[in-house]
Design a protein around this ligand. Sequence first.
Ligand code: S3P
Length: 164
Amino acid sequence: MTKPSIILIGMMGSGKTSVGKILANHFKFSFIDTDLAIENKENKTIDQIFNLSGEPYFRMLEQNILKNLEKNNCVISTGGGFPIFNDNMNQLLNLGTTIFLETSLKEIHYRIGLNPKRPLYKDESSLKKIYVDRIPIYSKAHYTVNTDGKSVLELANEIKLIIE
Ligand code: S3P
């Protein structure tokens, strides 16, 4: 059966990849993580791409990936900045069902602190600025699910109820 793709957006550390994999498995959809797709295509880590070629180049790679995303039967986990640049958010809204995984700054800070390998994560105040700038764009999503204090399984179940 053909169903619209599910697109997860939100800040780094909001659980897009982990939740996306569970959803893809549940709905028998294919799964794409845009960061991973870029890393595979460039044969470099995101960190290396930022360091060697800079953020604008990375954003161009994201825009290129967007052209090839599936409209149907796919779960798409996006990088945190993916909807923010160019006209990407509007295009995602037309592509499938967008879900904003909303996470408080405090929780993002805690989760990223456990795995700080992200080029845009420097300290709490830089994170706050990114967060505040991005909220109006993330909030355009078709649905918003708050992730604070929830396990990835709980989140996946919540999203299943929205989609089914
Ligand atoms: C970014 C988030 C990262 C990755 C890159 C830039 C951002 O993805 O795309 O480091 O701009 O917020 P995650 O959201 O998967 O950490």
